[in-house]
Design a protein around this ligand. Structure first.
Ligand code: ARG
Length: 327
């Protein structure tokens, strides 16, 4: 609840609602324990704690398949070529927004949030990358394509220029109310009220055009991490705030590609000059865990780390884990 409150308006996936958050935790437990009718229903929530204080400091999540149990809508930006010989060889392009649900079945990463005093120091990377290590542990649980939606431009009062110029005409409510409904209902209201025809971008006021595909200033760090990982803007934006959707193939995810499975032993790595910073994950379900560690690679398939990492991950020396080393 504290993380939900801190995340503020427009952070759709963390609504300040105890019932919804409890349900998410329950759903996550069910997913990790494979207690689901269909694997695509999996909604995995990772919570990050500061192992020195025990404080919960952040979270991140993976939804195995979007659009399966409720519709998933976006605007795709299409380009229409305008040309006329009759008008004196006029030739230019115009963009239009088309409502789509072409991402049905894709895996979504999101809900990345950190308390302000824990940003920097690699915590954001841990929150982001642990999701890909989790996917690497059981790739069949997830889709071939992975996407992320970034929060669009919205001010601290919940005013979104894109919404004011477009959505408001069709929904006749505030952005925060529409955002709340989309986080807490089955989204039938979107099917009912969204405009059915393409929207020409040139007909929108400049303040709305300006924020199409732009992310919230709080999301810039997350956007950079996603790009580092291999995600690219997919010419698709959020239907309410115009924020960008980025996507990539699962097999191209950099953390997955650069990670490997090793046997982990305990040893003194603090004094070693060859040890490198990286991440270690348990590489298994249901008790998936990941943490930052100082890692010394021995052979291709053996690595050494300090004793406390075994306590943090609740594993024993000799166990197989997945590691990723920082370059
Ligand atoms: N910022 C928002 N709340 N947008 C509406 C939800 C959009 C999302 N792609 C979905 O269909 O679930």
């Amino acid at each position: 609840m504290e993380l939900a409150e801190l995340s503020g308006p427009g952070f759709t996936s963390l609504p300040v609602d105890e019932g919804i958050l409890k349900d998410r935790l329950k759903k996550s437990e069910d997913a990790f324990h494979s207690r689901l009718q269909r694997i695509e229903y999996g909604k995995y929530l990772l919570m990050m704690d500061n192992t020195e204080t025990g404080e919960v400091v952040g979270c991140s999540a993976v939804k195995a398949g979007v659009g399966i149990d409720q519709p998933f809508f976006n605007y795709r930006i299409i380009t229409l070529a305008q040309a006329s010989h009759a008008a004196g060889n006029l030739r230019f392009d115009m963009d239009a927004l088309v409502l789509t649900n072409e991402y049905v079945g894709c895996t979504e990463v999101g809900t990345l949030f950190l308390k302000a005093n824990h940003r920097g120091g690699g915590a954001g990377r841990l929150a982001a990358q642990s999701r890909y290590l989790m996917m690497a542990a059981a790739p069949d649980r997830f889709g071939e394509k992975v996407l992320a939606e970034l929060r669009g431009v919205v001010d601290e009062n919940g005013m979104s220029p894109f919404w004011e110029c477009l959505g408001r005409h069709f929904f006749r409510m505030d952005f925060t109310e529409a955002d709340r409904l989309s986080a807490t209902t089955d989204n039938q209201f979107i099917c009912d009220l969204m405009p059915k025809y393409p929207v020409y971008v040139d007909l929108l006021p400049p303040e709305a055009r300006e924020v199409i595909g732009r992310c919230h200033s709080d999301g810039v760090g997350a956007y950079k991490l996603l790009q580092w990982e291999g995600f690219e803007f997919d010419r698709t934006v959020d239907i309410f705030d115009g924020g960008p959707l980025v996507a990539t193939q699962k097999r191209h995810l950099r953390t997955i590609q650069e990670s490997r499975v090793v046997k982990l032993e305990a040893g003194d790595v603090e004094s070693s000059t060859e040890a490198r910073k990286g991440l270690v994950s348990t590489d298994k379900y249901p008790d998936f865990r990941a943490c930052q560690a100082q890692i010394l690679c021995q052979e291709d398939d053996v690595a050494i780390t300090s004793k406390d990492i075994f306590e943090q991950l609740k594993i024993k020396p000799g166990d197989k884990v997945r590691i990723w080393l920082r370059s």
